[in-house]
Design a protein around this ligand. Structure first.
Ligand code: ATP
Ligand code: MG
Length: 439
């Protein structure tokens, strides 16, 4: 293509370009051959352009290439921008030259614009092609926006972004879901969460930290909200007076993220056909015990001390939605259903813990941590943990640890609920689960 011809795309071609020559590049979304004239729909990252190919008005070679080019090939076109009443965008391009930059094989593994429903597995097997759909890319643009908003919010609140190891010697969230890694001559694991490390930091003076990074869980169950690798948004705060301090930060952060998406993600929401409600504040606080009662009145019995199941969360979500609440807290879980690092509520079977649920699904868990060395060791023993494997962690509690608390939030669960996606995998570029290790 000539270097004197300005490079444009579907966003930047405008009325200013009428009767001027431009170069555009993109994928051949469709070719419509109507006898003497053909139309090529060229898609680029921002939208589509119409290329008109009248046999009599374009060079023969250009006509032949454009009328036989396989769909989804990448081409470059130089041509003159012409006003056109028939074209959707009000103009079309009359090509003088065409260059095939990346020829597509056929048949395609997956149609990009075909309206026919495709198996989810086919989509994930050919994710590169699936991602050519603007409505699929819009999910990841929104996810990126959410992460940007979260980071900025916490930065303003004095949080320092940290990065903790993902290859670790012991798990914090229960042995069953650990992935083993051969680490030289030792056995190691992929981190289930940054829990131990962010807590250790609380003994240092880095008193407000957050981390956004991968977390790994060998989840044997095949559900729409569990995957083996997800992005966890974790925070930890020292010198808190109660877990309420932590909940306030998350509540502010969630509102900031959703407001930000409503403001700056309008194009993506439009592409997805999604309307998001700003959750009503303050998020209501329900105790675990009151939730058990609500669920019982809805015909769902929970055995004493158990965590809520998928269906329980969904039912509670419906009850809360009917009252106008999209996001709500569940606090004071039985200590037995919470990990060792959570602080027990003295004299009761409960704990200083919370979950944040969004439209009938848990998206975050957190609470006040047990910072007192002796109580922590006692709790670890009660949970059957090998104390010696946690020496590096416990040491940080032995020489002056302030009261602290924090949270872990599943980024994809947040995006899933925000965008109304049926499956968490839709919010992950290349999902990992029991059955999927490629692509
Ligand atoms: P659940 O009860 O839904 O299985 P959990 O209580 O075991 O989740 P936590 O250990 O509390 O999970 O992890 C904190 C957050 O990380 C969860 O609230 C959730 O948003 C996210 N999360 C946990 N496990 C997964 C997973 N397998 N896939 C995706 N996100 C997850
Ligand atoms: Mg949880």
């Amino acid at each position: 293509m000539s270097e004197n011809i300005p490079m444009r795309n579907s966003l930047t071609v405008s009325k200013e370009d009428y009767e001027r020559e431009v170069t555009v590049q993109g994928w051949v979304q469709d070719v419509r051959n109507l006898g003497g004239i053909s139309f090529v729909i060229l898609r680029d990252p921002h939208g589509i352009l119409q290329i008109a190919v009248p046999k009599k008005k374009v060079p023969l070679e250009v006509f032949e290439i454009l009328t036989s080019i396989p769909r989804e090939s990448v081409i470059g076109i130089s041509g003159v921008v012409k006003e056109s009443k028939q074209a959707k965008m009000g103009f079309e391009i009359l090509p003088n030259a065409v260059e095939v930059l990346g020829r597509a094989a056929s048949p395609l593994p997956l149609g990009v614009v075909d309206k026919v429903g495709v198996e989810v597995e086919t989509r994930f097997n050919n994710r590169f092609m699936d991602l050519r759909k603007p409505e699929v890319r819009a999910i990841f643009e929104t996810k990126s926006l959410v992460l940007d908003l979260i980071g900025r919010y916490l930065g303003e609140k004095g949080f320092v972004e940290v990065f903790t190891p993902k290859i670790v010697a012991s798990g914090a969230e229960g042995g069953a879901s650990l992935f083993e890694v051969k680490y030289f001559d030792k056995l190691a694991y992929l981190a289930q969460s940054p829990q131990l490390y962010k807590q250790m930091l609380m003994s240092t003076g880095l008193d407000r930290v957050y981390e956004v990074g991968p977390a790994f869980r060998a989840e044997p169950s095949d559900t729409v909200r569990h995957v083996s690798e997800f992005i966890s948004f974790d925070g930890e705060m020292a010198f808190i007076s109660s877990q309420r301090d932590v909940m306030d930060v998350i509540e502010g952060c969630m509102l900031h993220a959703i407001k930000g998406v409503l403001q700056n993600g309008t194009k993506q929401l439009e592409t997805l056909g999604r309307h998001i409600d700003l959750p009503k504040t303050p998020f209501p606080i329900l105790t675990y015990s009151s939730v058990v009662e609500v669920l019982a009145s809805e015909g769902r019995q929970i055995s004493e001390g158990e965590d809520l199941g998928t269906e329980d969360e969904r039912t509670l979500g419906e009850v809360m939605k009917s009252k106008g609440y999209d996001m709500y807290w569940i606090v004071e879980y039985p200590e037995g259903s919470k990990p060792f690092y959570i602080m027990e509520k003295e004299g009761t079977p409960f704990s200083h813990s919370f979950d944040l649920d969004y439209l009938g699904q848990e998206i975050a868990s957190g609470g006040q941590r047990e910072h007192r060395y002796d109580s922590l060791v006692r709790r670890m023993e009660k949970k059957g943990l090998e104390i010696s494997s946690f020496k590096f962690y416990l040491d940080a509690f032995a020489y002056g640890m302030p009261p602290h608390g924090g949270w872990g939030l599943g980024v994809e669960r947040l995006v899933q609920k925000m965008l109304g996606l049926p499956n968490i995998r839709e919010a992950i570029l290349f999902p990992r689960d029991r059955n999927r290790l490629t692509p």
